[in-house]
Design a protein around this ligand. Sequence first.
Ligand code: MG
Length: 260
Amino acid sequence: MKGKKIMTVLAWALCLAAGVQAQQTEVIAHRGYWKTEGSAQNSLTALVKADGIGCYGSEFDVWLTADDRLVVNHDTKFKGVTPEEATERVCTSVVLDNGEQLPTLKQYLQIGKALKTKLVLEFKVSKLSEERQTLGVEKIVALVKEMGLEERTEYIAFSLHATKEFIRLAPKGTPVYYLNGDLSPQALKEIGAAGPDYHHSVFKKNPTWIKQCHDLGMKVNAWTVNDAETMQWLIREQADFITTNEPELLQQVISEEKKK
Ligand code: MG
C-alpha cells in the first residue's frame, strides 16, 4: 500500500516536471494589437486591445527625446519628427493613424497599470551616446518604479550597452532580453540576460540555441513572426515567447498545436 502511494507521488512529480518542461509558448503583441479596428502601432488603444485578447505581453518602443523625456513610438523619424532630436511637446503633437496623440511613456504606463498584460518595453537607440543611453535607462527604470510596475515590466534593446544598463539598474530578476541576434546563449548568460529575443531566422540558422538557452536556465523570444508555419516551428521547438503582428492567429496556432 505504502509502495503504491510512493509510486503515485512519483508519477505525479514526473507529470509536474514534464509540464514545467513543456511550458506553453506565450503571445506577445508587437507594438500592441494594432491590426484591428480603431487601433494603431504603439497607441494606447493597441495596448488595451492586446490585453483585451489575453496576450501574455504587449511590446512597445520608447525614445529619449532631446529634452530628456520619454515617448512611445517605433520610427526613428515619424511623420516628420525625429524623437531623439525633438522635444516631448513636438513629439506628442504628432497624431497617430487612429487619431490619438503620440503618447508619453507615463501615459502609456498609466493605461498599462489597469491591465494584466506584461509591458515589454523596448528602448530605441539611434544616435544616442552611451551616456545618454544610460540616462534613458535610468529614467525608464525610475518611472516604472514610480508607477509600481516593476513586476510587470520586461526590457528589451538592440543596443548591447542599453541591455547591460537595464540588467545593472532594474531590480534583480527583472527579465532583460537582447534583440540584436549576435550573442550566443553562453554570452547572453554571462552578461546576465534573461535570454535572446532574436529574429526567428537566427534560431533557424542556429538550431541548437533554443535548447542551449533552456539548459542555461534562460528563456527564448522570437520576433516578428506573422505566418502560421514559422509559428508552428517555434512552438514545436518550445520557444517561450513569440512576438507577432498577428496575435489572434498565434493564439489559434498555439491551441491547434496543443491538440496534436
Ligand atoms: Mg520594438
